[in-house]
Design a protein around this ligand. Structure first.
Ligand code: NAD
Length: 432
């Protein structure tokens, strides 16, 4: 390795600063410490900082015990950005939502870049991890690190490395291979050497833009394939075929097929959003992204379709939606997490409410307060379900007692194939 700074990150004991201590930044900071490095975590939310300093983790992927061990082992949590000046590398893990008109909202990345500008020093590596459109690292991070006269690639090194963590999944930050693209081969080498100390495998690419686009391809691939299977689900229903059986059958092919399953729509803060970063950038280049647009059309119509299927199910049993008590099961955007951001479940249930149903929600993982914040009465795990005419299973948390649900509620629409996977498919359960 003839790159001195890369050698430093590969061999020395260095300090990593993390800006933004959420689902992405906190596990990264803790993983650094678990790998024998020092970490300084900075967040601009005083409440979050105070909580973290007391050893209380706000994210499922870091337990309170892991956080406390990290705090004892070299993790400093701060709300004072000047502390980041002691870092050898800074990792930016702030939100990157869409604005009101589905345009990228880079305000968090810009404010993190302003922090970097205040603390950057010679030898530092700055890596952006927030999902964004190709070109952001060059357009926003490079000017910030060079603002004080430091020269990119000589005094400071800049890269983009997308985060792929999936909250609640078994594979954690340190286990997931990381794509790393610097603004030049030198920066790539420096960033790859740093990440190799923290994660199991590093895949370097030739530019930050390639790394930015790789992340968007990954999530667009998922959005498009989910859109495809959602369309297939609607067709299969028309043809009186069980789509779950069809996907399971196709998935026995040992090559060339990757199973995606239908559902009541896409949720969370990645799959519905990330393709839009690419679509927005494409529009700037006068390029039309037909797959992205089509998948979005199909996926955003799914909550309405699921609500219609509930209505049809009731109708076939002589009941209206209007005035009927409906139980929504699962309000989180995916199983076994308490995160309900952008959850399709909420859309399905609001649609049923608009059609006059009285909707209550059972979600043992999300919890009462959060359910009620959406305006739905919450049903406890031990409460009777006998008063509901129909249940719509929207999030297949592992803790759900499927047998009890099917025994107590006369009709169930399972939008996730949970009953099929459990091997228990009573007659009163219909699949999406
Ligand atoms: N959550 C995921 O599953 C996931 C997976 C892959 C990629 N990502 C991407 O990672 C990025 C971060 O997402 P997240 O889910 O960790 O967000 P989050 O909302 O959980 O956490 C972000 C944290 O950043 C803090 N913050 C915001 N602006 C700041 C600033 N200027 N300075 C300091 N702190 C600031 C917030 O207070 C918050 O604590 C996003 O771009 C997201 O798209 C998320």
């Amino acid at each position: 390795m003839d790159n001195d700074r890369a050698r430093f990150f590969a061999e020395e004991s260095w300090t990593g600063g993390v800006i933004g201590l959420g689902y992405v930044g906190l596990p990264l900071a803790v993983t650094m410490v678990q790998n024998g490095l020092r970490a300084i975590g900075f967040d601009r939310s005083p409440r979050r900082v105070e909580m973290l300093q007391r050893g209380i983790s706000p994210v499922e992927d870091v337990t309170d015990e892991e956080l406390s061990a990290a705090l004892a082992g070299g993790l400093q949590i701060t709300s004072d950005e000047s502390d980041l000046a002691q870092s050898d590398a800074i990792f930016i893990c702030v939100p990157s939502p869409l604005g009101r008109h589905r345009e990228p909202d880079l305000s968090f990345i810009k404010s993190a870049a302003a922090t970097v500008e205040n603390v950057v020093g010679p030898g530092m590596l700055v890596s952006l991890e927030s999902t964004t459109y190709p070109g952001t690292t060059e357009d926003i991070i490079v000017p910030a690190v060079t603002g004080k006269g430091l020269v990119a690639d000589e005094d400071v090194f800049v890269a983009f490395s997308p985060e792929r963590v999936s909250p609640g999944a078994e594979m954690k930050t340190g286990d997931i291979p990381k794509v790393v693209g610097g603004i030049s081969p030198t920066s790539t080498e420096v960033a790859a050497a740093a990440y190799a100390r923290v994660v199991a495998a590093v895949h370097p690419v030739s530019s930050a833009r390639a790394a930015e686009m790789a992340k968007l391809l990954e999530n667009t691939y998922r959005a498009v394939n989910i859109g495809l299977v959602n369309e297939m689900a609607q067709l299969a229903h028309e043809l009186d075929i069980n789509i779950w059986e069809v996907v399971d059958a196709a998935a026995t092919k040992p090559f060339g097929f990757h199973a995606f399953y239908p559902g009541p729509g896409v949720g969370g803060h990645c799959i519905p959003l990330d393709p839009q970063f690419l679509a927005w950038r494409a529009k700037e280049a006068n390029f039309s992204t037909r797959f992205i647009d089509l998948a979005e059309q199909v996926n955003t119509k799914m909550p309405e379709y699921a609500a219609t299927r509930v209505a049809d199910l009731l109708n076939r049993h002589g009941k209206p939606v209007f005035g009927t008590r409906i139980l929504g099961i699962g309000i989180a955007y995916k199983p076994d997490v308490s995160d309900d951001r952008e959850s399709a479940s909420i859309e399905v249930l609001k649609e049923l409410e608009q059609r006059g149903a009285h909707v209550s929600v059972l979600d043992p993982v999300v919890g009462k307060a959060r359910i009620e914040s959406h305006g739905f009465p919450s049903v406890g795990e031990d409460d009777s379900l006998a008063d509901f005419a129909v249940a719509v299973l929207l999030t297949d948390h592992a803790v759900l007692d499927l047998k009890r649900i099917a025994a107590e509620v006369p009709l169930v629409l399972d939008t996730r194939g949970a009953f099929r996977r459990s091997g228990y498919e009573p007659d009163n359960v219909e699949f999406l």
